[in-house]
Design a protein. Structure first.
Length: 480
């Protein structure tokens, strides 16, 4: 296959079939969500592999950190360029294993590359500071050092970009990284790492553990004493548990967990812009992002018109399948329960015609707009992770803010209004790490991505992103 010929995947990945004579349990399959076909086989790696990788990373980190920052920056820069040069093949791989349409897959490769480019630039700007000492014979000097070996666990929804933004930041800071990608989408991660190595990142500074034993591998990554920092993107449920596992060795932590983003549309909003915003914030990646609008809160006076116009637009969307049939079944149950509790389906999209007749074992789920949704319904309380837009009503600004904040999550939020006094007032009152103010495309490498409350802590991207991988050391300089 082309990806192997191009050295984008290690030779241990089998594209046609597992090697003859191999024990079935020693390989796992990668499944195309569009048709449930297994199309690649990978050798299972285990907790033992993770231990070896961490041990090698200890030495790898020292050597990597000893290279001049400008040299590390150059390597990262080459890595970003290689992603762009191989964009087409990387996007095809991503589309195959994750299901997102090709245009979105290409978008993700560029998005991942933009973080690598960003951190290549930041690598040479790890500035310290000096502080006047407590008396004239003393100076206080502050330096920043790489935290050491970083372990990461990443999800399947952005298999390239979620790993790229952790690995690039860690490597820019002078850390080594050992990462476990989601078993659903290991190929994009492997290709990303192969390109890093081709760009000049030492293999001991960037290791991947691919396998289906998430628990066993996760235990090593969260409990090994040589791991100084653990970074995770995934569900709040798993994140909470992994954070507890890290407590035994008091690791630095970054957690990017679930969200329940409110999308507020006031009566004075630019309705066209707000609808375009919902289409982007709700339906990107078929609704499988942690910053997806989860609750569309619309003012009474424009509610019916807004829902109607939104529904018309949803019909035009190109949506990929969800990650697996269980995900589609979970979304269907949320919709069914909401309808049973009084919500109305304004539009139920149908999956692409060629998928019809295979609904029973299908990952396909058409776009849905639901009206009459109330705050108590499970669909408004849980992260949907599917292409369903529940539209809720509010009658004034205070109620809108109270509804928006009524969640244990605090990742993304969105507010649309033409009244700038209101826009700022509401944005300040929203208890979320990120607020899109008349903007639904909030995520980019120059911005600090991250949450508050049970959406986690730590920031990815921006000048703050590197701090997550640096320790502050203070030198008390006396004897003057
Ligand atoms: P999602 O809903 O995105 O699948 P998860 O939190 O289940 O969210 O998965 C995110 C990542 O966490 C994946 O790489 C998955 O393999 C990993 N993971 C899931 N359960 C565990 C676990 N018990 N220990 C370590 N990693 C886990």
């Amino acid at each position: 296959a082309q990806v192997i010929a191009d050295n984008l995947l290690p030779a241990t990945v089998r594209i046609e079939a597992p090697p003859t004579g191999a024990k079935p349990s020693s390989y796992f399959a990668v499944v195309n969500p569009a048709d449930q076909a297994s199309f690649a086989w990978l050798r299972e790696q285990s907790a033992e592999h993770a231990k070896i990788a961490v041990t090698q990373a200890l030495d790898g980190q020292q050597k990597w950190a000893a290279r001049p920052a400008r040299e590390r920056a150059g390597i990262l820069r080459r890595w970003a360029d290689l992603l762009i040069q191989n964009k087409q093949v990387l996007a095809e791989l991503l589309h195959l294993e994750q299901g997102k349409p090709m245009a979105e897959a290409e978008g993700e490769i560029c998005y991942g590359a933009s973080y690598i480019e960003w951190f290549a630039e930041e690598a040479v700007r790890v500035y310290g500071s000096t502080i006047p000492g407590p008396n004239p014979a003393k100076d206080i000097v502050v330096v920043k050092e790489p935290v050491g070996v970083v372990a990461a666990i990443t999800p399947w929804n952005f298999p390239n970009a979620m790993l790229a933004r952790k690995a690039a930041a860690a490597l820019a800071a002078g850390c080594a990284i050992v990462a476990k990608p989601a078993a659903e989408t290991p190929l994009s991660a492997l290709a990303l790492q192969q390109l890093a190595i081709r760009a000049g990142v030492p293999a001991a500074a960037f290791a991947l553990i691919v396998g289906t034993d998430a628990k066993g591998i996760g235990e090593v990554l969260t409990q090994h004493p040589a791991v100084a920092k653990f970074t995770f993107t995934g569900s709040t449920k798993v994140g909470r548990m992994l954070a507890a596992q890290c407590s035994g060795t008091v690791k630095r932590l970054s957690l990017e967990l679930g969200g329940n983003a409110p999308f507020l549309v006031f009566e004075d909003a630019d309705i066209e812009a707000a609808i375009a915003g919902v289409l982007l914030a709700k339906f990107r990646n078929a609704g499988q992002t942690c910053v997806c609008a989860n609750r569309i809160l619309v003012h009474d006076s424009i509610y019916d018109e807004f829902a109607e116009r939104l529904a018309e637009q949803v019909e035009q969307l190109e949506l990929g399948p969800l990650i697996h049939p269980q995900a589609a079944a979970k979304v269907a149950t949320l919709v069914d329960n909401a309808v049973a509790a009084g919500a109305t389906i304004v539009r139920k999209g149908s999956p692409p015609s060629e998928q019809k007749g295979r609904a029973a074992l299908s990952s396909w789920f058409g776009g849905v707009v639901l009206t009459g949704v109330t705050a108590e319904m499970a669909i408004a309380r849980e992260e949907i992770f599917g292409p369903v837009a529940p539209v809720l009503r509010f009658s004034d600004e205070r109620q809108a803010i109270a509804l928006a904040n009524d969640t244990e999550f605090g990742l993304a939020s969105y507010v649309y209004s033409r009244d700038h006094g209101r826009l700022w007032r509401v944005a300040k009152a929203l208890k979320f790490g990120m607020v899109g103010m008349n903007d639904a495309a909030i995520s980019n490498a120059a911005a600090p991505f991250g949450g508050v409350k049970q959406s986690g802590y730590g920031r990815e991207g921006s000048q703050y992103g590197l701090d997550d991988y640096l320790s502050i050391k203070y030198l008390s300089v006396g004897g003057q």
